[in-house]
Design a binder for this molecule. Structure first.
Ligand code: 0X9
Ligand code: ZN
Length: 413
């Protein structure tokens, strides 16, 4: 009992400690300014080249304030959201650690043993498992593969994917005709568990994995620049200290290898891949490697994204931008979605969830989770119906055409 109290005191004590960034503000510097002002630290270097800095309250900064007190914002990530509606599981009241996410998945597995199963897709540098959660009520259904957490600091991603898992399980267990029951869901909550743990324990803004780089003090590769299709062509770096380091060779990283292998193994049955990131409120399709370049089935992908945009906007009023990755954000090759498309998963997307920072608020969790889940259902339903009608979203079309050809040859002779 005494030990328990001591432990409780220790935990409360640690939680009450001031964050090193207490009272510090995050500023967006004007585009022309690349130098970090004296008292400040670099916070984030955005893809558009704009630098965000964290500065103590007394510093005068010429720029736009993005977060007034980033220390308080970070502490709030672990404070329960008191406004969370009662109907929503308290799991979604704050950001959750790797272990808490695993425990919640195990709980779902215990509660819905006939629907949920898990398997291991790979093991990381630090020996953690990359776990696949599979949800299906029967065999042979079209597969939908969603992955999140490839970028460590994007904590809203795993939370939103967990929200989707919760939503499909409630729907499937309460109604035999639920839309979610038409699919075999493959969900990877944490595609980069080492990086995720590092972002919790050491550096909140960590993005890459944690594999040490030979001959360099800088650790890690950006997994979303390491996939083995058009690797190293655009938006990535050969500098091992860069946040967009592409890795030593294409597909060199444990996380990339695990996802690539899984994509290849399911591509014949997989109607949709989506990689979940933050933050830009955009739902994008391939291609990411080059702007102004479109897959041959882009019209179908655009129709699916439009349905998603409408459905998601109806939930909380936020309209996600749509288009290709490279057109909406910026060119970057070696991404997961481009690779999935290259192995025959003909509908391949990246979603950038809501928020004004990688450090989102706990209020963002149910908002992001609900609009992501509703948007995802609209996306896959549009694709499924399109495929049924023989439309351009199908990767079954060539297979069906070949089969029909063979049958015709047999009939003729
Ligand atoms: O740059 C990325 O990897 C993603 N944006 S983020 O801010 N989450 O880092 C966008 C990836 C889009 N996909 C491709 N470029 N293939
Ligand atoms: Zn990301």
């Amino acid at each position: 009992m005494k030990g328990l109290l001591l432990l409780l005191g220790l935990v409360l004590g640690v939680c009450a400690l001031p964050q090193p960034l207490d009272g510090w503000a995050v500023w967006e510097l004007p585009k022309s300014v690349k130098e970090v002002p004296g008292a400040c630290r670099e916070w984030e270097r955005r893809r558009d080249g704009i630098v965000l800095v964290a500065c103590p309250s007394h510093a005068t900064v010429a720029g736009r304030m993005v977060i007034a007190d980033v220390g308080a914002r970070m502490r709030a990530e672990r404070e329960p959201n008191r406004l969370l509606p009662r109907a929503i599981d308290p799991f979604f009241s704050m950001f959750r650690t790797l272990d808490e996410i695993a425990a919640q998945v195990a709980l779902y597995q215990r509660n819905f043993p006939s629907l949920v199963s898990t398997s291991v897709l790979g093991t990381t540098a630090e020996g953690r498992n990359i776990t696949l959660v599979r949800v299906a009520k029967s065999t042979g259904l079209p597969i939908v593969f969603f992955s999140s957490g490839l970028h460590a600091r994007e904590w809203i991603g795993p939370m939103s994917l967990m929200y989707h898992l919760d939503a499909i399980l409630s729907a499937m267990s309460s109604s035999p005709s639920a839309t979610a029951g038409r699919y075999e869901w493959h969900l990877v909550m944490n595609a980069n568990p080492d990086g995720f743990v590092h972002s919790w324990t050491t550096d909140r803004m960590w993005r890459k994995n944690r594999w040490p780089n030979n001959g360099s003090g800088c650790v890690g590769t950006d997994n979303n620049r390491n996939f083995a299709w058009r690797w190293g062509e655009s938006g990535s770096s050969t500098n091992r200290c860069s946040d967009v380091y592409q890795g030593s060779v294409a597909g060199s990283e444990a996380e990339t290898i695990a996802l690539q292998q899984h994509m290849r193994s399911i591509s014949g049955r997989c109607i949709c891949f989506c990689d979940v990131h933050s933050y830009a409120s955009s739902w994008m399709s391939v291609f990411g490697y080059k702007a102004g370049v479109y897959p041959s089935n882009y019209a179908a992908l655009l129709r699916a994204m439009q349905a998603t945009q409408r459905a998601a906007a109806a939930v909380n009023g936020l309209t996600y931008r749509i288009g290709t990755d490279a057109d909406v954000l910026s060119e970057a090759s070696g991404g997961s979605d481009d690779f999935a498309f290259s192995v025959g998963i003909n509908a391949s997307f990246t979603v950038e969830l809501r928020g004004d920072s990688f450090v989102a608020t706990t209020a963002d969790i149910p908002l992001s989770g609900s609009e992501f889940s509703v948007g995802a259902i609209a996306l896959v339903e549009t694709l499924r119906l399109e495929i049924l009608s023989g439309g351009a979203a199908s990767n079954m079309v060539p297979i069906m055409a070949i089969t029909l050809g063979i049958v015709l040859v047999f009939i003729t002779f």
